[in-house]
Design a protein around this ligand. Structure first.
Ligand SMILES: [Zn+2]
Length: 290
């Protein structure tokens, strides 16, 4: 309760001062290395800079496991995190302050109780994590611009933050600022799209020959036919986070497979990355020549 009292956004003067410290060359370098930002117009570019400055001024960045953070790394993370709230109120990222960056993947100890009451303790490897009311944790190896831009761990974790701001992580962000979006409509489309995706994953799993380990890279061609990473089938919270990554960095398969869900995300984020990326001659793989 009252968690908004902690982790509020920085004062406007501090944000303005941070904005002046982002040099044009640093901005161009960081922004230019992220292909999914192609197509942002001048107004959007300015708005993204302002949001990135807000993030840099409002959050504390810290390196873990020997990770040395510099201005370019923090700016790159801030830009990626700023994209989802480009047209939203940054208050949605309030209530927490820390962004922790590891050099690579990190491990999370997990405890799970199965249906028969047996407790299982195990270690999960992760590229990112978002705590409810706590930090966002990122692997730089998985967040840096060099990784294939069909996924985005920064957008994934910040989408969880948007979801968590509305209460529990369930794929249902708060819609108070979107009077045209009804929670019931969101729940209905989310549930039916999630169910459809679960079915697609089951069909892919059934099609993988028994001699191929479904957990191995050998199985990638089968999963590659899916419009989203199969991790999205975990639950509706992961479905929203993985869909948000795809929406911003690789929107065509998502829009083609689930147009209603894409339309809902478009209305929520108040952005249309598909049109933005296609409009600037973005072509990739089997994408249509729009
Ligand atoms: Zn997740």
């Amino acid at each position: 309760m009252f968690r908004w009292l902690a982790g509020r956004g920085a004062r406007p003067s501090r944000v303005a001062e941070t904005l002046t410290r982002i040099s044009p060359s640093a901005w161009q370098g960081a922004r230019g290395s992220l292909a999914f930002l192609n197509g942002l117009d001048e107004r959007e570019d300015e708005a993204l800079r302002a949001r990135a400055a807000w993030l840099l001024a409002s959050k504390s960045f810290s390196g873990a496991a020997g990770m040395a953070l510099d201005d370019d790394i923090m700016l790159s993370i801030a830009i990626q995190a700023a994209l989802p709230i480009l047209e939203l109120d940054p208050v949605l990222y309030e209530g927490w302050t820390e962004i922790i960056v590891y050099p690579g993947g990190f491990v999370i100890p997990r405890t799970e109780v199965d249906d028969s009451g047996v407790v299982h303790e195990y270690i999960q490897e992760a590229a990112g994590e978002a705590w409810d009311g706590g930090p966002v944790i990122l692997s730089w190896e998985d967040s840096c611009p060099g990784v294939p831009q069909t996924a985005n761990v920064v957008i994934h974790e910040f989408a969880h933050k948007l979801d968590l701001y509305g209460g529990e992580a369930d794929g249902m962000p708060i819609l108070d600022a979107h009077p045209q979006l009804r929670p019931r409509q969101w729940r209905r489309i989310l549930a039916s799209t999630f169910e459809c995706f679960e079915q697609m994953v089951t069909e892919v799993e059934d099609a993988i020959p028994h001699y191929v380990d479904p957990e191995s890279e050998e199985a990638d061609p089968w999963y590659g036919s899916l419009p989203l990473d199969p991790y999205a089938a975990t639950d509706t919270a992961e479905f929203f986070a993985v869909s948000s990554e795809a929406f911003f960095v690789d929107p065509w398969p998502l829009a083609q497979a689930f147009p209603d869900w894409y339309g809902l995300l478009q209305a929520y984020y108040r952005q249309d990355p598909l049109r933005r990326l296609m409009g600037r001659g973005w072509r990739k793989g089997s994408d249509p020549a729009l």
